[in-house]
Design a protein around this ligand. Structure first.
Ligand code: OAD
Length: 261
């Protein structure tokens, strides 16, 4: 077994592997750090998006009401950035793990679709439950009038970029199909996630600052039902003291070692 960089000992990784081997059900909760090594910026780190942008001006229903052009510019910029990114070895290792352990559930706060892309590359079949996207998806549009959902164009026509996109059915404004601050999460997705967290022996928490609810509370549903938390994050979080094992290393380096066969 190789040793990833960071403050992780081989013994800690072995202990976590033993716990995962013994588990009947695993839930994995991921955040922006999961995709950091793919080149997708996080939100709260030193170079995080919320250091240079104000969430209330870009990621709230009020912001969209006030200036849809500005909000669309920001989401188009993010789409372009993410479209150029690929799953990293951490995403790939997690998908391969789920192929071998189909009872594992992945719950992500990420909207980048990189877990799903890794599932495709690792040929994860239909017997594995789809990734639960708590905060929606970057490459989806939703009509603010009739709520119809459509796929976003991945490589948009620059001539059409300046115009605000409109619904083909009712003509109302389209918005990105993501969850903004102040909005509720998709109810059935959240219910399935809570259920998976409650019934899991292990909650593996990867790359989240655990500051945004209700995602941050999912691991506590696991511990509340007698399960344990394993955390993978180079930095401490409010969840660290609740974790049985904390592995301080980047996900792209650590997950292939932790989750490999
Ligand atoms: P944050 O940006 O708040 O936190 C990212 C976490 O990833 C931090 O704890 C980092 O230490 C950690 N990290 C950085 N690089 C890592 C790596 N290579 N491997 C593992 N961990 C790494 O992102 P989230 O917790 O996902 O919501 O943020 C939650 C929500 O807040 C997002 O979904 C978004 C944001 O505002 C909305 O926009 C609604």
């Amino acid at each position: 077994m190789g040793r990833p960089s960071g403050l992780v000992t081989t013994q800690e990784v072995q202990a976590a592997r033993g716990m995962l081997d013994a588990a009947r059900r695993v839930v994995v909760v991921t955040g922006a750090g999961m995709s950091a090594e793919s080149g997708v910026p996080t939100f709260r780190g030193e170079d995080g998006l919320w250091k240079s942008h104000r969430p209330e001006e870009l990621a709230t229903p009020g912001a969209f009401q006030h200036d849809p052009q500005l909000v669309w510019e920001w989401y188009r910029w993010r789409r372009g950035l993410v479209a150029a990114c690929e799953p990293n070895p951490g995403h790939r290792a997690l998908s391969a793990f789920r192929r071998r352990h189909p009872e594992t559930t992945v719950v992500t706060q990420n909207v980048d679709g990189l877990h799903q892309e890794a599932d495709r590359l690792e040929e994860v079949g239909p017997s594995v439950s789809p990734v639960l996207e708590l905060h929606g998806r970057l490459f989806g549009d939703r009509c603010q009038g009739c709520h119809r959902r459509t796929e976003a164009v991945r490589t948009p026509d620059p001539d059409l970029e300046a115009a605000l996109p409109r619904c083909d059915e009712c003509g109302d404004l389209l918005r990105p199909d993501v969850v903004w601050f102040g909005e509720g999460l998709p109810r059935s997705v959240l219910e399935t996630a809570v259920d998976a967290a409650r019934t899991a022996d292990i909650c593996l928490v990867v790359g989240t600052s655990a500051r945004v609810q209700p995602a941050a509370s999912l691991p506590l549903a696991t511990t509340g039902a007698g399960g344990t938390i394993i955390e993978v994050n180079p930095s401490p979080t409010p969840l660290s003291r609740r974790a049985r094992v904390t592995l301080r290393a980047p996900a792209g380096e650590l997950l292939p070692v932790l989750l490999g066969p």
